[in-house]
Design a protein around this ligand. Structure first.
Ligand SMILES: Nc1ncnc2c1ncn2[C@@H]1O[C@H](COP(=O)(O)OP(=O)(O)OP(=O)(O)O)[C@@H](O)[C@H]1O
Length: 930
């Protein structure tokens, strides 16, 4: 052992203690480093440690029951060249004594401070504050071997205990770890001249074998296997160094294909080792000219036959020695390419190894922390699993380099491995390898099952639990495995509990999802039904729209402005004072605006009537049944072209239809107008001189008269539509006069001159055609007096009716309330229910026929009041059937309202009765054909 020739300098004032706390200084014990020929550096460090009251724990401080992991520290000596230079350099002073200088100005950062402690000083080059040094003391090592310690010292202190256990049947492991070039291989293998631990062990084994033979003790058999684990960039490989076979396979903790070479003597064993060393992968790096590139593991299997002759049991023990490849720093080694990959592999393996020990330590500190399975990350740790999990005894020897340049590596190793000395061995597996193998297999099965359980169903888990139970039974082979069994059981319970929780959660989640799915389906069904309903509604809406369009087309005659109707009405009501006086000119009476709704209903009826009755003639004359600015136009221009019979039938048909519709309209109208009776009642109140009874009787007479007139319309229409001759017109007129207008005084002149078209009109069966012809037709028959001429004669300026542009006041009057002139015209037969006082309505087409009656009454009294004196000026026309029906309908409704007020009777019943009577009369009366 080379000892430094220069005393080391004391560490810097700042001291950081690691590991065991300060204790009382133990009594001096014979340590390997405290030998008399120990270096002065060691003695100096011991003095320093004593001065600092740093007392390393004794190696035997732990109780026998609580054996700890032994960690030895060996400080590699400085290279010879540097040592020679250091020897020639004198020690200048005290400060320099505190830290030994290396050759070339280098210093030693690590010095042993005791048999179990070292002091690591931060080099000046790495100090942030050079004035303040910092020294770390690592204590608690089983032994600290100074640089001048020999191989034999290492063997005796480090390997002998393990060897004793091995020879006693206990397995053990010695691992040499440290940075590259720190002397691991040197420590394990040594050299021919300076053999290492392994050769010395083999020598002792065979020496012991010889002693046993001499002592006649049971013979033992030993075998040796040697392999390396390396990486060539494609994963780890196991190569057997004692045979030429291909690479071996690691199965659990056993290596298949690994040759175990029986050992017969030391020489053979030494040759095997030498051969294996030759095959080991080494390479030159900047840090080591012969750097190991693999983890080398040597196993010595010792089989001892039991001393009991009757027993055939064997005691197996394995002594394992691992020479790990040193951790490398790329900056120092300068490795590139494959070397760099090897460096990564080496460093990773060293890290995994350290993690396993760290996890074991933490698990032993806190049992709640599970023992991490870091050993799976590397082949070496998998092979050494039993040792890394604390089931077998293991010993570490840390090889370090004391130079300042190696400060980082040294510091890292000491910080990393110094806690390992706290690892305890409470349940060492001292039984045979068979039991160990069973336990290992059981553990692996458990781990594999634990993996599978995560993805298997509960049914399968039952079987797996049975298997686990069997596995647990296997673990009960040894009583010493009771703790392990408890741990596995607790783990199993925890896993089972977790599985139960997750299973229940999954079931609950599945149930919720099912419920949501059902709700979704229900919602979809509801949406479909709603869609169908909407489609049906749309269809109904479309049908209603079509019907509405049809109705609109039927009511195309609506919304026609009142033009000549007003004049016609006025003409009829004033000039003739005949049955046409019954025509209501409601259109010019905005006071009846409240009847709009009801009148609209009536328009529908009247519109249909007019549609069928509409005839087009050459004169484009039209007659309209006006009602509040709207009228049902009845074009009479083409009446002449229509067959008389057809017209007759049409007339009857129209009459009947009109009657039926009138009944409905009258009912609606009466219902709606009943709400406005209050508006009408005041008007009716104006008839002061007329009693209600007389009014009712008069109205009944009016209705009867109107029916008579209506009955006469059909033959009149048929007679005038086909031939359209004056004679026919006269005949029709005569017929009309005979049957219906007996009380009406007709102008004889108008009988002679009637426009055929006008006469052919079934809607407006007027006895006079001059008004129509003058307004619409250019045909001027002899004897006809143009309206303008008549106006001129009357000196009445024609008024133009504007659609809805004027206001008209409606006054309810009875026949007795009428002016005498009008009463003379109408007599008692045709009462004027409504008297148009003012009629500012203007005609849009033809000038309005001046209501001679009212004009005469208002402006030219006497002229219009004379019953027969204005025969040339007044134009009397038979009201169109529709107009008469309308008038009758309105009159009935109004009367019905009045009557309802008086007697409470329903007007509809009266109307219905009258209509039925009318229908009966129509049907009973044969149609007269021309
Ligand atoms: N205690 C010692 N005394 C004398 N020489 C030593 C000592 N330790 C190591 N050496 C020498 O240092 C050199 C490197 O040693 P070694 O190869 O054992 O280091 P290592 O830790 O195995 O390196 P690597 O991890 O790279 O294999 C060798 O030449 C060896 O002879």
């Amino acid at each position: 052992m080379a000892a430094p020739s220069e005393p080391a300098s004391p560490p810097s004032p700042t001291t950081v203690r690691r590991n065991p706390p300060r204790r009382a200084r133990p009594p001096p014990t014979p340590l390997a480093s405290a030998k008399p020929k120990a270096s002065s550096l060691s003695r100096l460090l011991e003095d320093e440690a004593a001065a600092a009251s740093i007392a390393p724990p004794p190696a035997s401080s732990s109780s026998p029951q609580e054996e700890r992991l032994k960690v030895y520290l060996r400080i590699r000596p400085l290279p010879n060249r540097e040592r020679c230079k250091a020897v020639a350099r004198p020690i200048p002073g005290k400060d320099q004594r505190r830290k030994p200088k290396q050759a070339g100005g280098g210093e030693v950062c690590l010095v042993p401070t005791g048999p179990n402690s070292v002091a690591l000083t931060v080099p000046q080059s790495k100090l942030l504050d050079p004035k303040r040094g910092r020294t770390e003391v690592f204590d608690g090592f089983s032994a600290v071997f100074s640089p001048d310690s020999t191989q034999l010292d290492i063997f005796e202190q480090v390997m002998n205990p393990l060897l004793d256990d091995f020879l006693g049947g206990k397995s053990g492991l010695l691992v040499a770890m440290g940075p590259t070039g720190s002397g691991k291989t040197h420590t394990i293998f040594g050299s021919p001249r300076n053999p290492g631990v392994l050769p010395l062990t083999l020598r002792r084994i065979f020496n012991a074998q010889d002693e046993n033979k001499v002592a006649d003790r049971p013979a033992r058999s030993f075998s040796l296997s040697m392999f390396e684990i390396l990486s060539e960039g494609k994963g780890e490989r196991i190569l057997d160094l004692l045979s030429d076979a291909a690479e071996c396979v690691l199965q659990q903790s056993a290596i298949k294909g690994l040759q175990e070479v029986p050992l017969s003597n030391f020489a053979d064993a030494e040759n095997l080792i030498s051969r294996g060393m030759l095959k080991r992968s080494t390479a030159a790096t900047n840090a080591n000219s012969k750097s190991s590139r693999s983890q080398c593991i040597i196993t010595i299997h010792g089989v001892r036959k039991s001393g009991d002759a009757d027993s055939d049991s064997l005691s197996r023990a394995v002594l394992t020695i691992a020479d790990l490849a040193g951790a490398e720093r790329e900056r120092k080694t300068g490795n590139q390419g494959s070397r760099l990959l090897e460096s990564n592999f080496i460093n990773n393996t060293s890290m995994v190894f350290s993690l396993c020990l760290r996890s074991l330590l933490e698990h032993q500190k806190n049992q709640k922390k599970p023992l991490e399975m870091h050993f799976k990350n590397s082949m070496m740790t998998r092979y050494l699993r039993d040792y890394l999990e604390g089931r077998k005894k293991m010993t570490l020897i840390l090889n370090v380099k004391p130079a300042d340049d190696d400060y980082l590596d040294t510091s890292f190793l000491l910080r990393q491995a110094s806690p390992y000395m706290k690892i305890k061995y409470t349940s060492l597996d001292d039984s045979s390898d068979l039991v160990s193998t069973k336990r290992s297999n059981a553990s692996l099965i458990y781990q594999e099952n634990k993996k599978k359980r995560k993805f298997q169903k509960p049914e399968v888990l039952v079987v797996e639990r049975k298997k686990n139970t069997d596995t647990d039974n296997i673990t009960k082979v040894s009583e010493e495995d009771e703790a392990q069994h408890k741990f596995l059981s607790s783990e199993l319970q925890r896993v089972s509990r977790s599985e139960t929780i997750m299973t229940n959660f999954a079931r609950a989640l599945w149930t919720v999802l099912k419920q949501y799915k059902n709700k979704l389906l229900e919602s979809e069904n509801a949406a479909e039904s709603m869609k169908e309903l909407i489609r049906d509604k749309d269809t109904q809406i479309m049908q209603l729209k079509k019907e509405l369009e049809i109705l609109n087309s039927h009511c195309s005659c609506k919304n026609v402005l009142v033009t000549e109707d007003a004049s016609i009405d006025r003409d009829d009501s004033v000039s003739s004072g005949q049955s046409g006086q019954n025509l209501l000119s409601l259109s010019s009476k905005p006071d009846l605006g409240c009847y709009d709704a009801s009148v609209d209903n009536f328009h529908l009826v009247a519109g249909e009537v007019s549609k069928e009755l509409t005839c087009h003639g050459p004169d484009n004359s039209s007659a309209r049944c006006s009602l509040k600015g709207e009228s049902v136009s009845c074009d009479t221009s083409s009446i002449s072209l229509i067959d008389e019979q057809e017209l007759s039938s049409i007339g009857l048909k129209v009459e009947v239809q009109a009657i039926h519709k009138k009944l409905d309209a009258s009912e609606r109208f009466s219902e709606q107008t009943s709400a406005h009776t209050g508006d009408i009642a005041p008007s009716s109140s104006h008839s002061d001189n007329q009693s209600d009874q007389s009014f009712t009787e008069h109205h009944m007479l009016q209705c009867q008269r109107t029916e008579k007139i209506r009955i006469s319309l059909s033959p009149q229409c048929t007679s005038c539509s086909k031939k359209a001759t004056i004679e026919q017109s006269e005949e029709g007129t005569e017929e009309l006069s005979k049957t219906t207008v007996e009380d009406i005084q007709h102008d004889n002149n108008t009988r002679e001159v009637e426009h055929p078209d006008y006469l052919s009109s079934s809607q407006q069966v007027n006895s006079e055609t001059e008004d129509v012809s003058s307004s619409q037709s250019s045909l001027q028959l002899p004897g006809m007096v143009s309206p303008q001429k008549k106006l001129d004669e009357l000196d009445i300026e024609p008024e133009r009716c504007e659609p809805g542009g004027g206001k008209a006041n409606v006054e309810y009057v009875t026949g007795h309330s009428q002016a005498p002139e009008q009463r003379s015209d109408c007599g008692d037969l045709v009462p004027c229910l409504l008297k148009e006082i003012t009629s500012p309505v203007k005609a849009s087409k033809a000038p309005s026929k001046v209501s001679e009656a009212e004009e005469g009454a208002d402006k030219k009294k006497g002229l219009a009041s004379r019953p027969g004196g204005d025969t040339k000026k007044t134009r009397r026309r038979l009201q169109p059937a529709a107009s008469m029906m309308l008038k009758e309908l309105i009159g009935v409704d109004l009367d019905a309202d009045t009557k309802r007020e008086e007697s409470g009777k329903s007007s509809s019943s009266v109307a219905t009765g009258m209509s039925e009577e009318l229908i009966r009369l129509v049907r009973a009366r044969p149609v007269r054909r021309a």
